[in-house]
Design a protein around this ligand. Structure first.
Ligand SMILES: Cc1cc2nc3c(=O)[nH]c(=O)nc-3n(C[C@H](O)[C@H](O)[C@H](O)COP(=O)(O)OP(=O)(O)OC[C@H]3O[C@@H](n4cnc5c(N)ncnc54)[C@H](O)[C@@H]3O)c2cc1C
Ligand SMILES: *[C@@H]1O[C@H](CO)[C@@H](O)[C@H](O)[C@H]1NC(C)=O
Ligand SMILES: *[C@@H]1O[C@H](CO)[C@@H](O)[C@H](O)[C@H]1NC(C)=O
Ligand SMILES: *[C@@H]1O[C@H](CO)[C@@H](O)[C@H](O)[C@H]1NC(C)=O
Ligand SMILES: *[C@@H]1O[C@H](CO)[C@@H](O)[C@H](O)[C@H]1NC(C)=O
Length: 554
């Protein structure tokens, strides 16, 4: 056995030696993603170059947008992080919590931030954006979202765009014991009907899609770059965009004021060198830097509230009072238990869509004793050697409570300071009370009995890790107190450049030409149960629209 092993290693080494002789391309194994062919280190970009579209942020919306535009135009993607492919921890569900806890200021794929509300949170810093570090649950937006988002959606193009995304990166998950029990328990608890597997937003209980495939491997928005046109796209990694370059273009129309127009961006590579990427005539800068990144970049570019920018000494290019305002985060509340039997690892696969303003989801995590990962889901950990922790959580619709974002520094690499003001709107509290009550109903269902410990005197009880629900769940005060006391995040924060306030219904930054924002910062509510489906759809959708617009203008 030992010899065989050595022998095969020698063979591999031998083949590797021969490899460059046979291949002109980089020595990549066969199944590497196509996108690696056009990803390059930002240090290798010239100090100035011209493109039709410059996409700032290779994230959840940015990647599908770039892939789509590259079919007709020359596209540059500037992403501050590296690539997820090849990173074992990022590519599997088991690595989820570890990724979220292995954070540092400048380099890790998850950049941690804590809002002024005191809730720890995270944002993606890697190609694929937050879709490359998230829990992978995939579910389309609710109909209300299209009606109230301030955009005149072409709903057949919306469907086409979702389908394009789903052909690339969405899978049907296989339920094991915890997720199956949650599904059955939800139906018993009256979150009905049971809708089976569906990507649509349907009231009741369903199995949703997942970006983890049947072998457990993660797919993300980065994989959508595989649909790009290879000769017309460059994706620069470790490219940190510092600001948008604006110019006042003189117009032939003498009665209008000079209009500001985006003409390019300034970015820095890992060696600290500056580069300019400039847009060609009729081109645009498209900000896809996410709910924290896009408002931050607008502020750093002088687009924001006048007096605020002045207080930082940033020259005001355009007074925009709502940049960084209307920032939201959906509170997450719930319980965690240690089951009497070991459970498989699972991230979200099932959702209960109630009509009472809340969605119920679940996860199960196998957590080693030494791991700081426990603190992500559990506030007060106990400490056996291995902990299987099963979690049930609810996320409220909306939310209505909103906060804001401001700069902590003019260094773009540092997180802005954010505040979400969880539960300042009483309707959000009511939704949370409704949602946590549903968790109570679920815990009382027969399907959950199996996860209780048998006490010596014969009764069966859950072993909670962290706070249990209030005993009297009919007491609104106590339930509201539980919501406030145990609030955490489901990482669906959004807003900061919302439609109708900062961008128009075509995602153009109001008052500035050739500049759009296309990402979660434009949302004033979180779409559906989980936002990534809608964000990937949005990237594809806007790409198709932009191509159509320009074809019509010709
Ligand atoms: C831990 C976690 C779990 C989640 N679980 C789920 C889930 O299961 N299902 C679901 O639907 N949603 C989930 N979400 C939410 C979802 O992933 C996000 O809402 C979504 O990915 C945000 O997309 P975006 O395009 O707005 O921003 P992002 O995907 O975050 O993209 C922004 C990109 O811009 C880059 N960037 C920012 N600033 C700059 C700059 N100055 N220069 C260059 N690049 C820059 C970032 O590195 C990033 O790649 C989760 C999120 C997290 C963090
Ligand atoms: C990018 O290139 C620079 C300069 O060649 C190098 O120092 C750096 O390590 C590279 N980064 C990566 C992640 O390859
Ligand atoms: C879009 O798809 C949904 C189902 O996913 C369907 O209900 C709706 O009618 C479709 N809309 C259009 C315009 O095709
Ligand atoms: C100039 O622009 C204004 C505002 O966009 C418009 O109302 C006006 O008709 C334009 N005039 C000419 C001569 O094009
Ligand atoms: C909470 O649930 C009750 C009972 O189902 C419902 O009447 C009420 O509208 C819900 N509240 C919110 C804010 O949705």
């Amino acid at each position: 056995m030992g010899r065989l092993f050595v022998f095969s290693l020698e063979c591999v080494a031998f083949l590797l030696l021969l490899y460059p002789v046979f291949s002109l391309a980089r020595p990549l194994p066969q199944r590497d993603p196509v996108y690696l062919n056009f990803v390059l280190n930002a240090t290798d970009l010239p100090s100035e170059d011209y493109y039709d579209y410059i996409i700032v942020g290779g994230g959840t919306a940015g990647c599908p947008l770039a892939a789509t535009l590259s079919q007709s135009y020359r596209v540059l993607v500037l992403e501050r992080g590296g690539v997820p492919y090849g990173n074992q921890q990022l590519m599997t569900q088991e690595g989820f919590l570890t990724t979220l806890t292995q954070v540092d200021t400048y380099d890790s794929p998850a950049q941690a931030f804590t809002s002024e509300d005191g809730v720890p949170n995270a944002r993606g810093r890697i190609l694929g954006g937050s879709s490359a570090i998230n829990a992978g649950f995939y579910s389309r937006a609710d109909q209300e979202f299209y009606k109230h988002s301030g955009v005149n959606w072409d709903l057949s193009l919306v469907n086409q765009s979702y389908e394009w995304v789903e052909r690339g990166v969405v899978f049907r998950p296989e339920l094991k014991n915890w997720q199956s029990a949650v599904r059955d328990g939800l139906v018993e608890a009256g979150v009905d009907p049971y809708n089976g597997f569906s990507l649509d937003h349907l009231v009741g209980t369903k199995i949703g899609g997942s970006t983890f495939d049947s072998s457990g491997k993660r797919h993300s928005a980065a994989d959508l770059l595989n649909y790009a046109r290879v000769g017309s796209i460059k994706v620069a990694i470790y490219a940190s965009v510092e600001r948008v370059l604006l110019a006042s273009l003189s117009s032939s129309n003498a009665t209008t004021r000079l209009r500001q127009s985006a003409i390019g961006v300034v970015f820095r590579d890992q060696m600290g060198r500056y580069h300019h990427a400039m847009v060609k005539e009729k081109g645009e800068v498209l900000l896809c830097a996410g709910a924290l990144g896009s408002p931050q970049l607008l502020l750093l570019s002088g687009i924001g509230p006048r007096s605020y920018l002045s207080s930082w000494g940033i020259p005001v290019a355009y007074h925009h009072p709502y940049v960084g305002q209307f920032l939201y985060d959906n509170p997450r509340n719930g319980i965690s238990i240690v089951p009497p039997v070991p459970l498989e690892h699972s991230l979200i696969q099932v959702v209960g869509i109630t009509e009472a303003g809340a969605y119920v989801e679940a996860a199960s995590n196998v957590i080693p004793f030494t791991s700081p990962a426990r603190s992500v889901f559990i506030r007060t950990p106990s400490s056996p050697l291995f902990l299987t922790v099963a979690t049930i959580m609810e996320k409220i619709v909306g939310p209505l409570s909103s906060g804001s974002l401001r700069l902590a520094s003019t260094d773009v690499r540092l997180n802005p300071i954010v505040r979400f003001n969880y539960f300042t709107n009483p309707i959000d509290v009511e939704r949370c009370v409704n949602g946590t009550r549903r968790i109570g109903d679920l815990l009382r269902s027969r399907s959950m009995d199996y996860f209780k410990f048998r006490e010596w005197f014969g009764t069966r009880n859950f072993r909670f890790v962290g706070p249990a629900l209030p005993v009297d769940q009919s007491n609104n005060e106590q339930m509201a107190d539980f919501c406030r006391r145990t609030v955490s995040t489901i990482w669906h924060y959004h807003g900061g450049c919302v439609v109708g306030k900062v961008v128009d219904n075509n995602y153009h930054v109001i008052g500035i030409d050739a500049l759009r924002v296309v990402d979660g910062s434009t949302f004033s509510v979180s779409p559906g149960t989980n936002p990534q489906a809608t964000l990937m759809m949005l990237g594809r959708y806007l790409g198709l629209k932009i191509i159509k617009e320009r074809t019509r203008l010709k």
